[in-house]
Design a protein around this ligand. Structure first.
Ligand code: AMP
Length: 543
């Protein structure tokens, strides 16, 4: 027997409608390329998104066509999110930090018809122009006063495009499985792969992310998403913020500027900021050097890479800010876990609580997790056994765009193999120990490069650390620690290695340390291990 409940589709436009009705006056503050502090409201954004939808319809686009953005976090980008997806087109967010050949690949692979670009990326697109001949036109996200001279064909100014459009627009009644957005993963090997989200997956992910033990969002919050709108939908914030009515503060091009972030947080009374560890490193360094305290902030959501214990500790002890670690992937919309304390954690010592906070967190409802060994047999949740981490759920990709099964990332029984290696403890807390390809195998046993990196980062003289496996005549592989020293600090190899004593198993301690000026990073700020392995290809351990 079937239930007797309505079957209303889960649509992104329904978030816009809800937000306008209940949170229309909530403020959205943006740093933009043409305004250091732009202020508007939720209803300004949803009204302009409807004008944009009218303009897009007139461009002669067909349902499902890809409309790309290459832009920072600001209110116009948010309008495009709603205008494009709401009208039934696919919002393809492009990461401007990708290498030019990757940009060309994804624009052509996605068959983008129009590209919305920030002022800053106009010269970049002009250079790519001969290689992206199928793009029909470009919208520069600015007003007439700031519109540049450009060689881009059919270049229109954003404000002019929407200026004379009507704000009357009826969002189409789409099937909830209609594609809504496209984001390419910045894989370290091979061509980038496209993840195609739909309205249903987006709305379900947003519902899950606002829960108390996940992001704990409400209308009283003031959010600063430093995680970019061009990378996995800024962890769903454009949707979850509008569902809850939280105030939004967008940093525009100032994402990597510790001082600018501090000023935004303090002046707008941000209480929750979200971003990858690298961003917080910059903010914390600025605070330390300038003698500043983060007064309004009460928590940060940090993910995208392992969060060093020292960072969680500094947030807590110096700024009284709780760092909530999250884990996920582009393929997962992205949220899979969040690290919130569970009933019973109150009795833990401060040290135990810190240890727990360094884990990636508990699976959130809607995302199943399992760890399996090389034969695909499920491993126990004992916090010790580690294996390939696989996930399943309604906001996990079932395939890549235009790859049809050829990526080989899905198991026969319908799970997605994340490429991460993890443990899960009896209380359900998952900890990432490595990427499958980064695992170090010494004498047949696995060594976690992440744990070694985390430990090294605890030393005050270490700014950045990475560990790679280097071949060894006896043990097959042994860990090599690569360190960027903190500014004005010095440390010798012996002191660095001695620092591991008592913190990790003796046989895990790296065999050597190499000091470098910088580490290679991917476009999303992750250390590019593949590049490091190339750099150290001729390296041999001292006898
Ligand atoms: P992306 O698709 O670019 O967001 O990258 C996803 C990958 O980032 C994951 O598969 C992990 O390897 C890594 N990652 C994300 N969050 C964490 C975390 N909390 N700890 C360790 N690695 C993480």
């Amino acid at each position: 027997m079937q239930g007797l409940m309505m079957d209303t589709p889960l649509l992104i436009s329904s978030i816009a409608k809800h937000a306008e009705m209940f949170h229309g006056d909530r403020e959205i503050v943006s740093v933009t390329m043409d305004n250091p502090r732009h202020r508007c409201t939720v209803s300004d954004v949803t009204t302009r998104a409807r004008k944009l939808a009218n303009a897009l319809d007139k461009l002669g686009l067909d349902q499902g066509d890809r409309v790309a953005t290459i832009a920072w976090n600001d209110y116009r980008h948010l309008e495009i999110y709603y205008g494009v997806s709401g009208a039934g087109y696919v919002c393809h967010t492009i990461n401007p930090r990708l290498f030019p050949e990757q940009l060309v690949f994804i624009i052509n692979h996605a068959e983008d018809r129009w590209i919305f670009t920030d002022l800053m990326f106009v010269p970049l697109l002009e250079k790519l122009l001969p290689q992206i001949p199928n793009v029909e036109g470009f919208v520069v996200m600015t007003d007439e006063a700031h519109m540049p001279e450009t060689a881009l064909p059919n270049a229109v100014c954003y404000e002019t495009l929407i200026a004379n459009e009507s704000s009357d627009y009826t969002w189409p009644d789409l099937d909830e499985r209609t594609a809504s957005a496209l984001c390419y993963t910045s894989g370290t090997t091979g061509d980038p792969k496209g993840v195609l989200y739909d309205h249903r997956s987006t709305v379900l992910h947003a519902y899950a992310s606002v829960a108390p033990d996940v992001m704990n969002l409400s209308s009283s919050d003031c959010l600063l998403p430093v995680v970019p709108l061009f990378h996995v939908n800024a962890w769903g914030i454009p949707y979850s913020a509008l569902i809850t009515g939280a105030k939004l503060v967008f940093p525009g091009p100032k994402m990597g500027d510790g001082e600018a972030l501090y000023e935004l947080i303090e002046s707008e009374e941000v209480n929750l900021a979200l971003g990858v560890p690298t961003v917080w490193l910059g903010l914390l360094q600025y605070c330390e050097q300038a003698g500043k305290i983060l007064n309004s902030l009460d928590r940060t959501v940090i993910g995208g890479a392992a969060v060093p214990r020292a960072m969680i500790e500094q947030f807590k002890k110096v700024h009284d800010v709780r760092a909530v670690q999250g884990w996920g992937m582009t393929e997962m919309s992205p949220l899979g876990t969040a690290n919130s304390p569970k009933f019973g954690s109150e009795s833990m010592s401060e040290d135990e609580q810190l240890d727990l906070a360094t884990k990636a967190g508990r699976g959130i409802f809607g995302c199943e997790l399992r760890i399996v060994d090389d034969e695909g047999t499920e491993l126990p949740w004992d916090g010790v056994a580690y294996g390939a981490l696989q996930v399943r759920g309604p906001w996990i990709c079932s395939d890549y765009y235009k790859l049809e099964g050829s990526a080989g990332t899905h198991t026969e029984d319908g799970w997605f193999d994340t490429g991460d290696v993890a443990t899960i403890d009896p209380r359900g807390y998952m900890a990432i120990t490595d990427r499958t390809k980064d695992v170090i195998k010494s004498g047949g046993e696995w060594i976690s490069s992440i744990e070694l990196e985390n430990t090294a980062m605890g030393h005050p003289a270490v700014a950045q650390a990475a560990v790679i496996g280097v071949s060894h005549p006896k043990w097959t592989e042994r860990p090599l620690l690569i360190v960027v020293k903190a500014e004005g600090q010095d440390i010798e190899k012996e002191e660095m290695l001695a620092y591991f004593d008592g913190k990790v198993a003796t046989w895990w301690i790296p065999n050597d340390v190499a000091f470098v000026d910088e580490l290679p990073h991917t476009a999303t700020g992750k250390v590019k291990k593949i590049e490091l392995r190339k750099q150290f290809a001729d390296y041999a351990f001292p006898d």
